[in-house]
Design a protein around this ligand. Structure first.
Ligand code: UDP
Ligand code: MG
Length: 154
């Protein structure tokens, strides 16, 4: 099944929003398959945000992402990347829909609560970047019967 990465950024950790983020993804029916707290460093941030390295906001983004530990999570579910992006909301929180994490909890683009993979392909790559195989868990979730049709589950 599709896998996606979510990072609860330093502002989410500082503001006590990690549980809220997890709750919303659990409520959706997604399966948490990996979870850990980390202090991010320059090398991994440069790789993770490679597409933004040359942008004017990059130095500020790097400083923000290192400003306290983050919580990284790997989630699994049918087409889960798109679901997580919808729950997270638009990059610029003042444009994010109410009901989304960014719409409900953030104002500044540079303090927008969480990162989420933007495609199934980047989800796969980003989960592998932040988690070793042994840190990812393969288990049956009993409620799947009530969340998925058979063809979505397999
Ligand atoms: N960012 C910023 N200023 C900008 C655009 C982006 O500080 O003008 C930061 C913000 O934290 C954002 C991250 O850079 O989440 C990555 O940008 P991207 O466009 O990939 O947004 P995302 O995928 O996080 O929605
Ligand atoms: Mg992005």
């Amino acid at each position: 099944m599709e896998r996606t990465l979510l990072i609860a950024k330093p502002d989410a950790v500082q503001r006590g929003l990690v549980g809220e983020i997890i709750r919303r993804l659990e409520n959706k029916g997604l399966k948490l398959i990996g979870l850990k707290m980390m202090q991010l460093e320059d090398a991994v941030l440069r790789e993770h945000y490679e597409e933004h390295l040359e942008k004017s906001f990059y130095p500020g983004l790097e400083a923000y992402m290192k400003s306290s530990p983050v919580v990284v999570m790997a989630w699994e579910g049918y087409e889960c990347t798109a679901s997580v992006r919808l729950i997270l909301g638009a990059t610029h929180p003042r444009e994010a829909d109410a009901g989304t994490l960014r719409g409900d909890f953030a104002i500044g683009t540079g303090r927008n609560i969480a990162h989420a993979s933007d495609s199934a392909e980047s989800g796969k790559k980003e989960v592998a970047r932040f988690f070793a195989d042994k840190e990812l868990f393969d288990y049956d979730k009993s409620e799947y019967l009530h969340i998925y049709e058979a063809h979505e589950r397999n």
